[in-house]
Write a protein that binds this ligand. Structure first.
Ligand code: PBG
Ligand code: ZN
Length: 336
């Protein structure tokens, strides 16, 4: 009598060869269409290194074309723009967010011209431009004024759309902003030309630290816990996603990524008809970067594993600061 397990208990027979291993994972492929590159853009004459995120560069309106061209040539399909301007006058309502001098507004037409096939996504928020550093407008008693906030956020989204953005992505987490943005896009004749990607399940996370350092967008008082979601909550994440779906968003996002893959899965399971983005945020980037630098992990192997985990959980598209290096890896055709 053979001691080997019954045939149906043999798993190794299904993945003993590299091609078979590929076959077993083929529905979680990473291609350029699954990657979004977040891009910081200011008015700096030369590209500058971002201190809190080694390897990440802040581009300027005048140098972005030459900096992005090699990455576009490697297959880059989507960018997510963030405006960074230091030394500007910040005010109560974040006037600089949609000022004609804002680097995002200035750079969009240029990118459309230089890279006609590239999808331009814009983060829409006020926190980098308000004097209090919050993502909406505050009432006199220090609480978010929701109605004023969504009216203002819709104005900013419209300005980016009118400048030529394909996708506007509000990250402020105010109630009703998707509906307000959609209404103004429709009113201004852009209803069928611009998508709204909702940062729907966005948690109040410590993983945003390095980002806030770059954009100087940390709140001056208090924190964002009254509008970003409590990290322990699954229920509010379900409701936040449903809120934005009901208001008419075109696509959904979960953020951060790695620590919230259960939320990615529950969101995809509940709304498989919506493209789902997951944001591997600045702190996740920094963790992997520094662990690799210290010799604790192999960056390529571990990053691939993390990207696969996000795809497995249900993400269609991953927003990651590692995009240029991943595109490099994809250039070198795999052996199989
Ligand atoms: C602005 C915004 C933040 C991030 C994206 N848009 C910061 C925040 O909400 O505090 C975080 C991105 C990252 O950490 O990489 N609301
Ligand atoms: Zn914000």
């Amino acid at each position: 009598m053979s001691k080997s397990p019954e045939a149906r208990h043999l798993l190794h027979s299904g993945y003993f060869h590299p091609v078979l291993r590929k076959l077993q994972t083929s529905n979680v492929e990473i291609s350029p269409y699954n990657l979004v590159f977040p891009v910081f853009v200011g008015n700096n004459e030369k590209p500058v290194d971002v201190k809190s995120m080694p390897g990440v560069v802040q581009y300027g309106v005048s140098n972005i074309e030459e900096c992005l061209r090699p990455i576009v040539n490697k297959g880059l399909k989507l960018v997510l723009l963030f405006g960074v301007e230091h030394g500007i006058l910040k005010d109560e309502k974040g006037s600089y967010a949609d000022s004609p001098r804002n680097p995002v507004i200035q750079v969009i037409p240029k990118l459309r011209r230089c890279f006609p096939d590239l999808i331009i996504m814009c983060d829409v928020c006020l926190c980098a431009y308000t004097n209090h550093g919050h993502c909406g407008i505050m009432s006199s008693d220090g609480v978010i004024d929701n109605e004023a906030s969504i009216e203002r956020i819709a104005q900013v989204a419209l300005a980016y759309a009118q400048a030529g953005a394909h996708i506007v992505a509000p990250s402020d987490m105010m109630d009703g902003r998707i509906g307000a943005i959609k209404r103004s896009l429709i009113d201004y004749g852009l209803g069928n030309r611009v998508s709204v990607l909702s940062y729907a399940a966005k948690f109040a996370s410590g993983f945003y630290g390095p980002f806030r350092d770059v954009t100087k967008s940390a709140p001056v008082f208090s924190d964002r816990k009254c509008y970003q979601l409590p990290p322990g909550s699954k229920g509010l994440a379900t409701r936040a996603v449903l809120r934005d779906v009901t208001e008419g968003c075109d696509m959904l996002m979960v953020k951060p990524g790695l620590a919230y893959l259960d939320i990615v899965k529950q969101t995809k399971d509940a709304h498989p008809e919506y493209p789902l983005f997951v944001y591997q945020v600045s702190g996740e980037y920094a963790m992997l970067y520094h662990a690799a630098k210290a010799g604790a992990i192999d960056l390529r192997g571990v990053l691939e594993e993390v990207l696969l985990s996000m795809r497995r959980a249900g993400a269609d598209c991953i927003i990651t600061y590692f995009t240029p290096i991943i595109l490099d890896w994809l250039q070198v055709k795999s052996k199989y």
